[in-house]
Design a protein around this ligand. Structure first.
Ligand code: ADP
Ligand code: ZN
Ligand code: ZN
Length: 756
């Protein structure tokens, strides 16, 4: 992240008479368009407002955002805008400044950024409808004399009403047709007004019993002091709360927010979408009465209502996933990012922003503090604590109430294949541990980050592997659905009965997914009640909730799942966690593979022994000597961070350098490669002239997954010592990055979290 350059305008500065405006349109073209403001509207137009404008040769009506109000315009000819779309700006000045920073930093047209910032539900004004209502006109005694009796009945009804009704309703009440009302309107005895009414369902603020907050321990108190000092000063600053799982980080957030809310401020709390469980939300509702929640399962009406509650200052706390960083809180005094290391904070479509970095910029613009919490802080944040004045690290080294960290045992999968015949996902050691746990009436979580039944469909006679025809990946067999599915484009085909290549009738199904694991557990523990949580079983709304409630009520003995169960779950009766295969993330061709493996084992391990009964963790792996596995098992984050940072420094990877990646996509491989070569050349030429270098341009090379959805993918990587270098480079090339060809697409990914 680099320092933001835009500043926030005060409302007084914006209220100047608008003669011209620059408008951002939601187009892939990276420019603003100037329009003249009709004199009659000049007082109503302000930045952040949506306006309708005529666009292009045919003057097609389009909706855009006013980026700037100008009192001059050098262009010889400008079109007039047609008018405002809403009553006022939907994007306030601070979000507008943030959007400008994003457009610049993430090399994305401002119109696309603004479109991402404003929820579709708000743009649609979901939950509002325009109704026509009958009200009294200004009638005189003289007028009344000429009223027919039918008309008099209508007027009497109208007088007796508490709330205005529509013409149709009034006619029904008075037993006449709407023509009678129309006649009254013509005489000026009634008027028909249009009004917007909201039809928001008011059922989101669930009353929850409040709880007595626990007494803080010393480490918590120290962390809280630091944060409170920043809040009191009203200054930007970032406190990294580096605390092991169960060390009471959330309790610190709650206390810090209390201070903010007591002073009339608002706070945003970002958590990974999968950690946005009812359990998490309840913890905030127990302490605060007005909690707005933004998650992906909201209906449009619900989302719009939450947005309004936030904008109008009714919501004290906003809890949400990635995009909640754009919550229109006008009185924002604190941003908390829990599990700040999570990759789901990075958006993988344009604008490819990282919510943590955007949060830091937003806080910087406003002069408010940020809390970054994690048991495994990203190496970027860890590094910032030693190099950045605004960063401070505070550690929580122990779980609350002296609860021990659960012991982690490593099971060497290279040895277990000799234990017994046949294929077993569960080693003898893990099987025995499950049996013992179930005997004690305690619960088990089994973690496997691969869904489906088997991950390869393979012919032993000729070596053929079933691959997606549209993507460069192998297909996964799903037994319940009885199909082979591509996890990138969701294409499904019937499982082949014989080899499509050589005709051999015996296809093998290899590799282990959650479906197959579930089958094995069912077979080995017939009496156990088993639930599986992955994106196949969690398709319906509420399914997630149902399973978690069942686990909480101890109606599930063994919970099997993908990364969905790695975060935020806190069940005191879960005393055993098994990691079925720790190697899945280790073998990815990405420089963060070790970090991901370490984080995953630590997070999953954090699900065990959260109650007084304690717990244990078994990690199965083919690489028991891998540093990430060894150090995660020893709960040694500091050791891992020191080692991995040294490695990154040696090889020139982030956080010691900054990366950007440009991906060229298209249906024709030759064309894609040719264009990627041109882009590479252009970047090289410009990079040589950037003063904030030295900048390395690496490529072109095929992406590790070369084809997705019939699109070939090639990439160029750019490496610079500082963010400034990357920004200087893209400032110079951003105008030449359009492909100039409809069959090609270019994506710029600044600070990529994955290079697949
Ligand atoms: P983390 O966010 O680090 O995983 P939590 O804040 O969720 O940890 O704390 C874990 C549990 O311990 C919660 O049930 C919380 O209410 C409780 N807790 C937090 N701080 C204390 C404390 N100082 N004393 C006792 N219990 C605490
Ligand atoms: Zn074959
Ligand atoms: Zn596919």
């Amino acid at each position: 992240m680099s320092e933001p350059e835009t500043s926030v305008m005060t409302p007084a500065e914006q209220a100047t008479e608008a003669r011209f405006v620059s408008v951002a349109l939601d187009l892939p073209l990276d420019r603003l368009y100037t329009y003249a403001v009709p004199p009659a509207m000049s007082g109503q137009i302000a930045p952040g407002m949506r306006v309708e404008v005529p666009f292009g040769r045919g003057n097609k009506p389009m909706v855009g955002y006013v980026a700037e109000v100008l009192d001059r315009c050098e262009l010889p000819e400008v079109k007039e805008l047609r008018g405002p779309v809403d009553d006022g700006p939907l994007i306030g000045p601070d979000l507008m400044a943030l959007a400008r920073w994003m457009a610049h930093y993430y090399v994305t047209p401002l119109g696309q950024v603004l479109t991402a910032i404003l929820p579709a539900a708000v743009k649609k004004q979901a939950g509002f409808k325009t109704v026509r209502l009958v009200v009294r006109g200004e009638r005189t005694e003289a007028d009344m004399d000429r009223v027919l009796s039918k008309q008099q009945r209508v007027l009497d009804r109208l007088d007796a009403l508490d709330n205005p009704v529509t013409p149709r309703e009034l006619a029904r009440m008075a037993g006449c047709t709407t023509a009678v009302i129309k006649a009254l309107e013509q005489k000026g005895l009634v008027r028909i007004v249009t009004k917007q009414t909201e039809e928001f369902a008011r059922d989101l603020y669930v009353p929850v019993e409040s709880e007595t907050p626990p007494e803080l321990n010393n480490e918590q108190r120290l962390a809280l002091q630091r944060i409170k000092a920043l809040i009191a000063k009203g200054e930007f600053g970032c406190v990294v709360v580096n605390g092991v799982t169960g060390s009471g980080k959330t309790e610190i957030y709650l206390r810090a927010i209390e201070q903010v809310v007591a002073a009339g401020g608002q706070a945003i709390v970002l958590v990974p979408e999968i950690a946005l469980t009812p359990q998490t939300i309840r913890r905030f509702r127990q302490r605060f009465t007005e909690v707005a929640v933004l998650h992906s399962h909201l209906t449009d009406v619900e989302r719009h209502r939450e947005w309004r509650d936030i904008r109008d200052g009714r919501a004290q706390v906003i809890v949400g996933a990635r995009s909640a960083v754009f919550a229109p809180a006008g009185n924002l005094r604190l941003i908390v990012i829990d599990e700040e290391h999570e990759t789901s904070f990075k958006q993988e479509t344009a604008p490819r922003y990282h919510a943590r970095d955007v949060a830091l910029v937003r806080a910087h613009l406003l002069g408010v503090p940020v809390i970054l919490g994690s048991a495994t802080p990203s190496l970027e944040s860890k590094h910032n604590c030693t190099t950045h004045d605004h960063y401070a690290e505070t550690r929580l080294t122990a779980r609350v109430q002296g609860r021990p960290m659960p012991p982690v045992e490593i099971v060497d999968l290279r040895l277990t294949s000799r234990e017994r015949k046949g294929y077993h996902a569960l080693s003898m050691a893990l099987e025995k541990a499950i049996a013992e746990t179930l005997d004690r009436q305690e619960q088990v979580i089994l973690f496997l980050n691969r869904r489906g039944f088997s991950t390869y469909v393979f012919c032993p006679s000729c070596g053929y592997t079933l691959r997606c025809t549209d993507c460069d990946v192998s297909m996964t067999f799903h037994r319940e659905a009885n199909e082979c599915r591509c996890h990138y484009c969701d294409r499904a085909v019937a499982p082949p009965e014989k080899c499509p290549a050589c005709g051999s009738p015996s296809m093998n199904f290899f590799g282990l997914g959650t479906e197959r694991l579930e089958e094995e557990v069912k077979r080995k523990f017939e009496l156990a009640r088993i639930a599986r949580m992955d994106s196949d079983t969690m398709r319906s709304r509420g399914a997630h909730n149902q399973v978690l409630t069942a686990v909480r009520d101890r109606q599930v003995d063994v919970l099997i799942g993908t990364q969905m169960i790695a975060k935020g779950l806190d069940f005191p009766n879960v005393t055993l966690v098994g990691v079925i295969n720790a190697d899945v993330s280790m073998n990815l061709p990405d420089f963060r593979a070790s970090e991901r493996t370490f984080q995953l084992i630590s997070q999953v391990a954090g699900r065990a022994g959260r109650g007084p009964k304690g717990g244990r963790i078994l990690v199965q792996t083919f690489n028991p000597d891998h540093e990430a596995v060894r150090l995660a098992a020893a709960h040694d984050y500091e050791g891992f961070a020191a080692m991995e940072l040294e490695h990154r420094r040696t090889f020139g990877y982030p956080p010691f350098t900054r990366l950007a990646r440009i991906i060229v996509r298209g249906g024709n491989e030759d064309q894609v490669l040719a264009h990627c070569r041109d882009v590479t050349q252009c970047l090289r030429d410009v990079a040589a002239a950037v003063p904030s270098g030295p900048i390395q341009v690496l490529g072109p090379a095929p992406c590790p997954i070369t084809r997705i959805n019939r699109q070939f993918r090639y990439q160029v990587l750019v490496k610079a010592p500082k963010a400034r270098g990357i920004m200087d480079l893209f400032d110079r090339v951003r105008d030449s990055l359009t492909p100039g060809n409809d069959d090609l697409a270019i994506a710029v990914d600044i600070d990529p979290t994955s290079t697949l």
